[in-house]
Design a protein around this ligand. Structure first.
Ligand code: AMP
Ligand code: ZN
Length: 122
């Protein structure tokens, strides 16, 4: 845990969040400023600042589990199913990538458009 990280504080229950999923390794909650009708943040419970800091085989495995968990969380929270439906997963990396919170997180976005900000991605 990083004591000055808001997402570590959310995992620790020190800052409130609307939890949508939790297991031993991951925590997912609703984004406080949703950029789409469904906007969830999926984070590892361990503090890792950015994707660039994911350098080990353990990080590689964690990222794989995170990616394959995302569609399940999307579906459980109302994202329309394929073939017509779907969702977007986005990870912002560093200042030029639009990252504001330096604890690795995957944005899971879905629902009727228009979306706003980085989520629009058009
Ligand atoms: P990023 O710009 O990729 O670092 O995304 C950070 C995201 O965290 C933004 O979409 C914020 O709206 C969201 N966010 C910041 N603080 C909170 C919070 N306390 N609870 C939920 N979401 C938050
Ligand atoms: Zn953290």
């Amino acid at each position: 845990m990083s004591t000055d990280c808001i997402f570590c504080k959310i995992v620790a229950g020190q800052i409130p969040s609307t939890k949508v999923y939790e297991d031993d390794e991951f925590y997912a909650f609703k984004d406080i400023h949703p950029a789409a009708p469904i906007h969830i943040l999926l984070i590892p419970k361990v503090h890792i600042a950015t994707l660039v800091d994911c350098t080990t085989e353990a990080h590689q495995a964690m990222l794989g589990r995170m990616m394959t968990l995302a569609p399940k969380i999307a579906a459980d929270n109302g994202a329309p199913a394929l073939p017509e439906g779907g969702h977007r997963v986005v990870m912002n990396v560093g200042p030029a990538g639009g990252q504001e919170v330096y604890h690795v997180h995957l944005h899971i976005l879905a629902g009727a458009r228009p979306w706003r900000g980085f989520a629009a991605g058009e």
